[in-house]
Design a protein around this ligand. Sequence first.
Ligand code: KG4
Ligand code: ZN
Length: 337
Amino acid sequence: MHLLSIESSCDETAAAVVDESMQVHANIIYSQSDHAAFGGVVPELASRAHMRSMVFTVREALREADVTWEDLSGIAVTQGPGLVGSLIVGVSVAKGIAMATGKPIIGVHHMEGHIFSNLIAQKIEPPFLTLLVSGGHTELIYVEELGSYKLIGRTRDDAAGEAFDKVAKLLGLLPANEFVAGGRIVSEIAQKGDPDSISFPRALVGHPDFSFSGLKTSVLNYVRGLTEEDRHSQLSDICASFQSAVVDSLVSKTVQGLLQYGKTLNAVCVAGGVAANRSLRESLRREVEEYGVPFFCPDFEYCTDNAAMIGAVGVHRFSKGLVDDITLDASPRLKLC
Ligand code: KG4
Ligand code: ZN
């Protein structure tokens, strides 16, 4: 059994081919560079770029996996949440393929895709916790069963990835001619800095919810008080101290969730674009394993947005008979739980 999967919720145009055991046969990601000059994703430009690239991305995925339309059992596609114009491109292409081939279509929640990114390489039996950290979301989720989720805590303002992106922008680190994730740049610079050099605040200590906007403002105020020269010389310390504040918050609330469910948990996972952060991966592993609970994080290629994770959910839903039809609609505010 092979599923074609499509992801276009934000600024990555992606297609993949996944089989019944969630093995990935192709994982094509086209990252849009159109937004570089604007310092953030421009929705209108994103939909246009999806329009330009989607058909070629799908064709490339089928070619790399060496499958034809006839070999496919269905098409999984991100239904939401995300930018409406971007979602519409992926959903429309998927519906077109479903109509032409007569194969079923499977609508997938983008964040459920991130949860499943950890199931691509290994089998993890629920119940487990997943810390979902991306540009738009920061949530700690209790996975009771695959398909059944309970929210433990969520951000009250900025998402963790959004905080990284805003700090990269206010530090003037985003290149003008290339679209690079702010989090990646900040984390690379942070490697050379001292995480204890500046004391940035940790919000909502002891509470299950997250908050990062105060931290971002605190970095802004700190930077405003510096001369140009000091700002330059302290750059790696600022990045390291900021990153340490984000990681501390994420790790302490995950451990709090772990303690809430205790020994019933089979694992703790992290997923989403910010899961690519090495400092976060290492701290979570250290803390979680200290409680005797296994810890999992996805391969780097499955952290940021990709279609393989959407295909993995598709395989699960398909195996349960949970398929949609061509009335499927893009749903920009789709809820997971
Ligand atoms: O999951 P994703 O690709 O897209 C969304 O669904 O939002 O996540 C993108 C986010 C961006 O905010 C980006 O800055 C962040 O993930 N990110 C990182 C790293 N790589 C990407 N944040 C921290 N450290 C990284 N190494
Ligand atoms: Zn995502």
